[in-house]
Design a protein around this ligand. Sequence first.
Ligand SMILES: [Mg+2]
Length: 386
Amino acid sequence: MMNQTYAFEADFVASKQYITRATIHNIRGVPIPPPPFRDRPKTEGALLLELETNDGIIGYATSGYAHHSAIHLINEFMAPRIIEARVDPFRTDLIAGLFDRHTWERALGRMFNIALAMIDIACWDIKGKAVGKPVHHLLGGARDRVPVYVTHGAAYEGAPTYSREELAKEAAHLVGLGCTHLKNTVGRQRIPDPVDDYHRMAAMREAVGADIKLSMDGNLRMTLPQAMKLCQMCEELDIAFIEEPIHYNDPRNLHHLRMKTTIPVAAAENERFSTLQLLQADAVDIIQPNINNDGGITAAIRNAAVARAFNVPLGHGNGNGPHNIALHAGLQHGGLVEYHFHKWMAYNAIFKEVPQPKDGWLDVSQKPGLGLEPKDGLIAEYAVKV
Ligand SMILES: [Mg+2]
C-alpha cells in the first residue's frame, strides 16, 4: 500500500461514491465441454476482478490473458492508488490518467493494458448498475442485437491438429447448431503453407455451402508473400475477412496485401502498431479493438473514434466475446463479435447468463451493467491462491 499523495490527485473533487475494494480471483479448472471433435480442452479459467464501491455496488471484469503479472500489477500498484485516491468509478478517463503519466508505466506494455482493462471494465459495470442501464445504452445504444461469428478448428493443450476432413465436419456440426459465420485459423503449420490452408478452407466451404460466411485469422504468422498467395487462392471461396495475417500487423505490408486482394483485411492494434498507424497506412478494412486486452472500454472508445474518422467499421477478434458485446451494440459503426469456441464455453461455465448465438445473432443483455455476473459459489470452488 502506497501512502504517497500524487500531485495529480489534487486536481479532482472527492466524490460521494468511490471504490473501496479490489479483489482479483485466479479462477482455474472450471469444467467445459470440449470442441465437438476433440477431447481437449476440458477445463478453462480466467482472472476475475471484483471492484466494490462504498455503497456496495460490485463491478466484474475478466482479463484477456490470465497472467500472474496482471494480478501483481492490480494488487500491488493500481488498486492501492485508486482506493487511496477515493476515485469515483464513473471517472474512467481520470482512472486511466492515474496510470498514464510516467514512461516506466508505459514500459510495462501489454500487461499494463490488460490490468488497466480489467479495472476499466469493472468500472463500466458499476456505472450501469448505479444508473440502472445496460452499458451499451450508456455508450450510445445503437442496437440491441449484434451479429456473431464462431471461431473453431485450432487444437489446444497438445490435441492433434485438425485434418481437413475433421475441420469440415466440425464446421458442418456448428452450422447445425445455428452458427452462420465461422472463422478458422490459418498459417499454423511449422512454416505457413498457403496451399494447405486453401484446401482446408475449401473443405470447410464445401461442407457448409454457399450461404454460410467463412473468415480466416492468421494470428500475425505470415510473411507478405505467404498472405498474398493465401488470399489470392481463397478469393473464389468467398471469404468474409482475413484477420491479422502478417507479422507484427506491419501497416505497410497489410496495405500491399489489401491492394492485391478483394478479401477485406481486419486487424487490431496488436504488437507494435496503433489503430491510427493502421488507418493512416490504408492497411485495414475493419478495426478490431478488444476491450479486455487494450485498456478497456475507455481505450476502445478512443480507437473507435479514430476509426470513425476514417469511415472504417469496427469488428472484434481475440476472445472475450461476451464482454465486447456492449461496445459493438453501443456504437453505430460497431460490428461483428467473436465467440471463440472454448472461450465461449468458458463464459457459459463461469457466468450466470451469457447471450447465446441464435441464427448468427446475439440479443444484448438489458440488465444494468454488463449483465455478466459470476455463478453463485464459483469463486469459492475454483479460485486458486493468488
Ligand atoms: Mg485474432
